[in-house]
Design a protein around this ligand. Structure first.
Ligand code: IMP
Ligand code: MG
Length: 196
């Protein structure tokens, strides 16, 4: 009986695969509770470091939109928000190596304190590109926040000032992070184990 069930399961998976209905396997990596606790800690540090200042938080679209919206609601100091949109990955899991600017800033950043908010630093190419754009416009100061940081591959010659979690070289999704534009709506962060 058990054996029959097992065979049926394999046949069903095969059918799902052939008909394109197969579900990806998601493994929880960081729970929403853990993310929330860490964001409160990061915000506390930013509130302290920027006391008496009025920084501009610049979210990097699309991935950082959930992180930024949660982080900003823990910020107690005066602040402003703007967004930059970059493209480098397309629908792939590996960076194309070409970073392009899809949406520029709407605010003036000369002599302002700038805090860049990223979802994840992988190769570090995007952050290097952003640093060049921002520094060219002479801000008073520039710092970087990233929820995730791939410690074994990030190749930066400058510091990411606030890091949520250092992670291994795994492709993660959820909490704003996508694979081919999907899964951004998940509340926690997951590793995408297989997609047929
Ligand atoms: P980098 O330029 O290689 O550091 O990559 C930066 C951007 O690639 C991030 O802002 C993400 O949008 C995307 N990215 C990098 N790694 C992942 C991942 O594991 N999951 C989803 N998106 C990723
Ligand atoms: Mg991103």
């Amino acid at each position: 009986m058990g054996f029959l069930f097992f065979i049926l399961l394999i046949l069903q998976n095969k059918f799902n695969y052939l008909s394109g209905q197969s579900k990806p396997i998601l493994k929880e990596y960081i729970s929403k509770e853990k993310i929330s606790r860490r964001i409160k800690q990061i915000a506390k540090k930013i509130n302290k470091d920027y006391k008496g200042k009025n920084p501009i938080f610049i979210g990097i679209l699309n991935g950082s939109f959930i992180f930024l919206s949660d982080l900003i609601r823990e910020i107690k100091i005066e602040c402003e928000i703007d967004f930059l949109k970059l493209s480098s990955y397309g629908d792939e899991k590996i960076s194309s190596g070409n970073v392009t600017l899809l949406k520029d800033l709407n605010c003036q950043i000369e002599n302002r304190d700038i805090i860049i908010v990223e979802d994840i630093v992988d190769s570090g190419l995007s952050l290097k590109f952003i640093k060049n754009i921002i520094e060219f416009k002479n801000p008073a100061s520039l710092s970087f926040v990233s929820l995730l940081f791939k410690k074994n591959i990030s190749n930066l010659d400058f510091k990411v000032d606030y890091i949520g979690f250092k992670i291994k070289n795994e492709f993660v999704i959820g909490y704003g992070l996508d694979y081919a534009q999907k899964y951004r709506n998940l509340k926690g962060i997951y590793v995408l184990k297989s997609i047929n």
